[in-house]
Design a protein around this ligand. Sequence first.
Ligand SMILES: CC(=O)CC(=O)SCCNC(=O)CCNC(=O)[C@H](O)C(C)(C)COP(=O)(O)OP(=O)(O)OC[C@H]1O[C@@H](n2cnc3c(N)ncnc32)[C@H](O)[C@@H]1OP(=O)(O)O
Ligand SMILES: NC(=O)C1=CN([C@@H]2O[C@H](COP(=O)(O)OP(=O)(O)OC[C@H]3O[C@@H](n4cnc5c(N)ncnc54)[C@H](OP(=O)(O)O)[C@@H]3O)[C@@H](O)[C@H]2O)C=CC1
Length: 299
Amino acid sequence: MKYPSNNEREKGDKNMSIQTVMVIGAGQMGAGIAQVCAQAGYNVKMNDREEEALQKGKAGIEKRLTKAVEKEKMTASDCDATMQRLSMTTNLAEANDCDLVIEAVVENMDVKKQVFTALDTHAPKHAILASNTSSLPITEIAAATNRPERVIGMHFMNPVPVMKLVEIIRGLQTSHETYQAIHDMTLKLAKTPVEVRDFPGFVSNRVLMPMINEAIYTVYEGVANPQAVDDVMKLGMNHPMGPLTLADFIGLDTCLSIMEVLHEGFGDSKYRPCPLLRQYVQAGWLGKKSGRGFYQYEG
Ligand SMILES: CC(=O)CC(=O)SCCNC(=O)CCNC(=O)[C@H](O)C(C)(C)COP(=O)(O)OP(=O)(O)OC[C@H]1O[C@@H](n2cnc3c(N)ncnc32)[C@H](O)[C@@H]1OP(=O)(O)O
Ligand SMILES: NC(=O)C1=CN([C@@H]2O[C@H](COP(=O)(O)OP(=O)(O)OC[C@H]3O[C@@H](n4cnc5c(N)ncnc54)[C@H](OP(=O)(O)O)[C@@H]3O)[C@@H](O)[C@H]2O)C=CC1
């Protein structure tokens, strides 16, 4: 096996100096990722299909930063500087001066492939294309581009500004330089990188999501109501949120997509999504973001 020499590594790292980042998808993950990147000093372009989604994402960031200033966790001038580093665009072609693009659109392989194919034409040759996917194969996403060596999984946890972990997933062809650049950037974001291999659900959701799915089965089978299930796991296992509150927080559509990826990827019936989860998603009960899931939410 040939490892790059120190010289080659230094050269590679210089080529991969990251200054300008585009984040695609201004939903709960994309907005959080854009926020932490801007706070760490990167110039950030937030992209979504709709202007309305961009404005909602920006308003969320402003609200969180204002709260941090009120709590004296950030100065007003740092808050202003962070907001100035953020810009919004519905035009993907504006990736043309970015060193890194982090995709955080819906958990659907066809949509992600379309985004990566388009990005491959717009982003400069040196740019790294990262996906925040929760479970989908990075190798397959990378194959939608002509630069698989510069495609990588950069999986942030929700809520992004709070959670320390970034799971970093190498696709089959991801280069050492790409991995190193994303590892180093994760540290600059004051987060902890953990490297995992490209298997369905990686580590985080291979372990977490079957627990959530099983919690949904206990409700489906009438073992207990959602509040009781959550109380058991919070008070008995010291989880900060019960699994059904967490499922609502993640988004039930995202939970279902992840279970489907695990089920199909491993071909093992132990990952079959609970019919109740499927039914809630069909009803448009997507959790906190739609106002209703296992619980109801105002505003
Ligand atoms: C699906 C995937 O692919 C992977 C995933 O992300 S799985 C999900 C992983 N995430 C989890 O498991 C989260 C579990 N829950 C928790 O850790 C906690 O409930 C929590 C951190 C979300 C909230 O903590 P809490 O102590 O109950 O609430 P609270 O005291 O209000 O907030 C603590 C801090 O978090 C911040 N916070 C809470 N919710 C937030 C949100 N949605 N966005 C940003 N910040 C938030 C608060 O502002 C507060 O910050 P300060 O300490 O700076 O004031
Ligand atoms: N929720 C979570 O806890 C976590 C999610 N993830 C992953 O992050 C990704 C995003 O999840 P999340 O933020 O929760 O989802 P959201 O539904 O909150 O946000 C997705 C955003 O992407 C937009 N979008 C969809 N397609 C495109 C496109 N082609 N171009 C630009 N924008 C697009 C959506 O717009 P519209 O509404 O118009 O469709 C929406 O604004 C998923 O891959 C998910 O698995 C990773 C870690 C945790």
